[in-house]
Design a protein around this ligand. Structure first.
Ligand code: PGA
Ligand code: ZN
Length: 426
C-alpha cells in the first residue's frame, strides 16, 4: 500500500500545439506523471473534453480542467491508496456525477487516473504493463501488438474534406515488433522518395499523425496504388497488409456519404469499399460507416465481416454500453480503444474485456493530438491486445509509444509473441 501524497494538474501543449492536461501524482515511491491526448475527428458520443472557451488559446485552454484537478479531485484523492485503481476511478466518476464527464472533464479525470495507475505499478514493484495486466484481471498471454501505421494522412488530419482519413500498413509478416517497426520505417522512407520524385516537394509534407499528406492524391485508389508501390520497392509485398480508417462521420450528412466527389447511400458506399477490399490486401476497415448509422454498420459487417476486421471507433467510443449493443446486433467485430474517449483506466479495461470476451479484437489507439506520454504502449501489452494504432513510424509523440514497445519486447525477450500471422490469411 502506498498513499497518494499530492495531486497536481497543469496545462501543457500537445503535438498540435493545443493545450492539454498533465497530472503529477506523488507517493512515497516518487512522482508519477500522465498527459492526455486529444482527437480532431472526435466522435459525438465521446466523454467530454473540457475546454475553457473565450479568446485564450482560441478557446481551447484547459485551465478549468486543471482547476478541477487541483481544487476538487486532489482534495478527495490525497490519502487514498494508489494501488486502488478501481476505488480512485469510481470516486472520480462519482465526483463528476454526469453521464459523459462534462462536469470535471474527461481530460482532467483521465490525467489523474493514468498517473495513479503509474504510481500503483511502482508501489507494487511491477512493470507498468505487468501491473495493467493485473488490473485487467486475466493471466495474460504475453504479446506485442501488430502496429497499424498511418503513413498516408487524409481527411481532417491533412486539412482535406470528403476523403478517407487513414491509409495504414500492418507488418503482419514480421517475426517480432522490432522487425515490424523496421519494415514500416523502410516503407515510410521509400514512400517519401517516390512521392517526392513523382509529385514534388509539396507531396511529402506531413499530416497530424506523421504520415504524408499529398494533396494531389484525392482517391483511395491513387493513394493505395502508390502505397503498394512503396511496399514492393523494398520487397515487402508478402509481409505487409493494409488497414483503412474512413472516419466517415466526417463526410456523412442527412443520410448521404459524400466521398471523393461522389454522393452515396450506405449500400453504395459498402459496395465501393467491397471493390477496394477485393483490389488491395486490406485486412481491417475502421469507421467505414458514420457514428449513428447502425443499419449501415450491420450491413457492412454482414457483407465484409468474415473477410476483414470491421473496427468501430466513433461508433463505439470505448463505451461498454455501445460496444455491448454492437456485439448484440453484429454491427462490427472489433473495437478501437482510446482511453480519453471514456475517461478512466478502469472503464477502458472494461471495454477491452467486453471486446475480448466476445472474441472481438481490441485495437489500442492514440489520438491525432498526442503527447510524449507512452502509457498506451504499456496498456496495450497489459491487456494483450493484438494491435496498436499509433500513427506513422515518425515524430516523437508517435515514437514514444513504439519505442516503449521496443523496450518491452527486449525485456520480455522470447517470452512474448508477435501475432502477425493472425492477419496473414488474405
Ligand atoms: P482523432 O482520429 O484522434 O482525430 O479522433 C483518430 C481516429 O479517427 O482514429
Ligand atoms: Zn478512427
Amino acid at each position: 500500500m502506498s498513499r497518494i501524497r499530492t495531486v497536481r494538474g497543469r496545462e501543457v501543449l500537445d503535438s498540435r500545439g493545443n493545450p492539454t492536461v498533465e497530472c503529477d501524482v506523488e507517493t512515497d515511491d516518487g512522482l508519477f506523471r500522465a498527459m492526455v491526448p486529444s482527437g480532431a475527428s472526435a466522435g459525438i458520443h465521446e466523454a467530454v473534453e473540457l475546454r475553457d472557451g473565450g479568446r485564450r488559446f482560441h478557446g481551447r485552454g484547459t485551465r478549468r480542467a486543471v482547476d478541477n484537478i487541483n481544487n476538487i479531485m486532489s482534495k478527495k484523492i490525497v490519502g487514498m491508496d494508489c494501488t486502488d485503481q478501481n476505488g480512485v476511478d469510481d470516486l472520480l466518476i462519482e465526483l463528476d456525477g454526469t453521464e459523459n464527464k462534462e462536469q470535471l472533464g474527461a481530460n482532467a479525470i483521465l490525467a489523474v487516473s493514468i498517473a495513479v495507475c503509474k504510481a500503483g505499478a511502482a508501489a507494487t514493484g511491477k512493470k507498468l504493463y505487468e501491473y495493467v495486466g493485473e488490473l485487467y484481471g486475466k493471466p495474460y498471454p504475453r504479446m506485442l501488438p501488430v502496429p497499424q501505421h498511418n503513413i498516408i494522412n487524409g481527411g481532417k488530419h491533412a486539412g482535406q474534406e470528403n476523403s478517407i482519413q487513414e491509409h495504414m500498413i500492418m507488418p503482419v509478416g514480421a517475426k517480432s515488433f522490432r522487425e515490424a517497426l523496421r519494415m514500416a520505417s523502410e516503407i515510410y522512407h521509400a514512400l517519401k522518395n517516390i512521392l517526392k520524385k513523382r509529385l514534388g516537394a509539396g507531396a511529402v509534407l506531413i499530416g497530424d499523425e506523421g504520415g504524408f499528406a499529398p494533396p494531389q492524391l484525392k482517391t483511395i485508389h491513387e493513394r493505395l496504388d502508390i502505397l503498394m508501390e512503396a511496399i514492393s520497392s523494398v520487397g515487402y509485398e508478402d509481409e505487409i497488409k493494409l488497414a483503412i480508417d474512413s472516419a466517415s462521420s466526417e463526410f456523412f450528412e442527412d443520410g448521404i456519404y459524400r466521398l471523393e466527389g461522389k454522393e452515396m447511400s450506405a449500400g453504395e458506399l459498402i459496395d465501393y469499399y467491397s471493390d477496394v477490399v477485393s483490389s488491395y490486401p486490406i485486412v481491417s476497415w475502421e469507421d467505414g460507416m458514420a457514428e449513428d448509422d447502425w443499419d449501415g454498420w450491420v450491413e457492412m459487417t454482414k457483407k465484409l465481416g468474415d473477410r476483414i476486421q470491421i473496427v468501430g471507433d466513433d461508433l463505439l467510443v470505448t463505451n461498454p454500453r455501445r460496444i455491448k449493443k454492437a456485439i448484440e446486433i453484429r454491427a462490427a467485430n472489433s473495437a478501437l480503444i482510446k482511453l480519453n474517449q471514456i475517461g478512466t483506466v478502469t472503464e477502458t479495461l472494461e471495454a477491452v474485456k467486453l471486446a475480448h470476451s466476445n472474441r472481438w479484437t481490441a485495437v489500442c489507439s492514440h489520438r491525432s493530438g498526442e503527447t510524449e506520454d507512452s502509457f498506451l504502449a504499456d496498456f496495450t501489452v497489459g491487456v494483450s491486445s493484438s494491435q496498436i494504432k499509433c500513427g506513422a513510424p515518425a515524430r516523437s509523440e508517435r515514437l514514444s509509444k513504439y519505442n516503449q514497445l521496443l523496450r518491452i519486447e527486449e525485456e520480455l525477450d522470447k517470452e512474448a509473441k508477435y501475432p502477425g500471422e493472425k492477419f496473414r490469411t488474405k
